[in-house]
Write a protein that binds this ligand. Structure first.
Ligand code: FRU
Length: 474
């Protein structure tokens, strides 16, 4: 299929924004970033610039298909108030006709600079990926400046994309997803030397045969450790591991910028749910904030919002920490400001929720081995449970009529107390276990508009419920 380039100017977008936003949907979320039309996927260009967090993302404004990728854009100072989205990059140039694919951004000398993959395919569907620099102008528009890397290095195929800018030891690099000619995935490192981007070589890891392509690599430093976040494609499920079509995970270790050696531990998945891919990390000196795409490539038919003309969301911004060689993730503290009212329920087995809300559960498992919590979604159910013997947490979507089904299991370490922070939005649940030891994201789709979601638990609990305000667009 040939791709079609549409260009919607920002004024039209702005003029129509409220009309689009008011389109009735029983599934639009209130505290998750999404667009009222078209398909969004990877978060892109995350950085802090001019006093605000810059958030870009892949967006096909024309339809719910993976075509025609633009960069959508918003900024926020506090993760509560966001600017009305605009289009930052459109695939209107000869070199990016087939999409402004994923990339990253940095704030340098007061300027916001972007590096993205320009996707171009010829009549035979052969790809010509190029890495292009763009910048934000003082009037808020964006200009593509120059091609920083024009070719694919020898030894690698044209699956070569998603540059992520980072600094290490005071030097500037980008890491980019690649595929070797033997069809295994890897990441390459480029260094900025004298204003040019020079290929330094392949990041040397122990995972030399781990999937056929690594998408969206990020190299960051968290709590003094180097961390490679990446999305290997082509990993077969192993028991409860790797059950999604593609994986998003990380290696913790030490990167040597001179030899490109990365000494690391085992690959661990970032999210234990169904709908999570292509995360990007906004790296600041004092904290790292991860945002993921709530969705999965090639699964558009699993999401009923397609028939309303909009598809996918971004996760809550999550702050990263390392404890016990594991990345812990918890929503940034700014989100506490969304709490409109807080109530505590003691010894409670049943209560009624309304989305969006946050519930905090402390589950005493001293005398119990099995806990189950059930959300009643109209005539359907979403069930979460934990088994102390196996230490397995389960999210069960088998009793939902619409959307993806199945179960996801992940292991957490629980002695006697299981602590959960759950963010329940109109059609998304994000579950944070044991203060962030494991995060899990799942979409759920009610068959009718719900104002109340009954929640029951098999063990009486103390539950804190925060009713949340929607985030604001202004
Ligand atoms: C990951 C990805 C990237 C690519 C982008 C295109 O979801 O496939 O590798 O740059 O999406 O939208």
């Amino acid at each position: 299929m040939t791709e079609r380039t549409v260009f919607m100017d920002n004024q039209t977008l702005k003029d129509n924004w409220h009309a689009y936003m008011n389109k009735p949907s029983i599934w639009h979320n209130k505290i998750h970033w999404e667009m009222p039309f078209g398909l969004i996927n990877d978060p892109n260009g995350l950085c802090y610039h001019d006093g605000k967090y810059q958030i870009f993302y892949q967006w096909n404004p024309a339809e719910c298909k993976h075509l025609n990728k633009h960069w959508g854009y918003t900024e926020t100072a506090d993760f509560v108030n966001y600017s009305i989205p605009q289009l930052a990059l459109a695939p209107v140039d000869d070199f990016d006709r087939n999409g402004c694919y994923s990339g990253s951004a940095r704030s340098r000398n007061g300027k916001l600079e972007i590096l993205y993959t320009a996707n171009l395919k010829d009549a035979q569907n052969i790809r010509y990926p190029r890495q292009v620099l763009a910048a934000k102008n003082s009037d808020g528009t964006f200009t593509k400046k120059k091609i920083a890397v024009d070719d694919v290095p020898k030894g690698y195929t044209t699956h070569f994309r998603d540059p992520y800018l980072f600094t290490h030891s005071g030097r500037s690099f980008f890491i980019i997803g690649a595929q070797r000619e033997n069809l295994t995935g890897c990441a390459l490192i480029y260094e900025e030397i004298g204003g040019n981007w020079i290929l330094r070589g392949e990041l040397k890891t122990d995972y030399t045969d781990f999937g056929y392509m690594w998408e969206c690599p990020n190299l960051i430093s968290v709590d003094g450790r180097d961390v490679l976040v990446f999305c290997p494609q082509g990993i077969a499920p192993q028991g409860h591991k790797y059950n999604n079509l593609y994986q998003a995970g990380y290696l913790i270790g030490k990167f040597n910028p001179d030899t490109l050696e990365f000494v690391h531990g085992d690959f661990q998945e970032l999210d234990g749910g169904f709908d999570f891919y292509a995360p990007q990390v906004l790296a600041q000196p004092n904290r790292n904030i991860l945002i993921g795409w709530i969705g999965m490539p090639e699964k558009e038919n699993e999401y009923p919002t397609t028939k309303e003309g909009w598809l996918y969301s971004l996760t809550l911004p999550r702050q990263l920490k390392i404890k016990n060689n594991t990345i812990y993730q918890l929503p940034v503290k700014e989100l506490d400001a969304l709490c409109r009212s807080k109530q505590q329920f003691n010894d409670c087995r049943a209560l009624t929720l309304s989305a969006p809300c946050k519930i905090t559960l402390d589950i005493d498992l001293t005398c119990e081995n099995h806990w189950q919590g059930k959300f009643t979604i109209g005539s359907d159910e979403l069930i979460i449970s934990f088994d102390k013997n196996t230490q397995e947490f389960c999210i069960n979507r088998d009793n939902l009529t619409l959307g993806g089904k199945g179960r996801r299991y992940f292991t957490i370490s629980v002695k006697d107390n299981l602590h959960l922070d759950i963010y329940l939005d109109t059609s998304i649940i994000e579950i944070y276990c044991q203060n962030g030891e494991q995060a899990a994201t799942a979409c759920y789709y009610a068959q009718e508009k719900l104002s109340r979601i009954p929640f029951t638990t098999n063990i009486p609990l103390n539950i804190i419920v925060c009713d949340l305000d929607s985030f604001k667009l202004n």
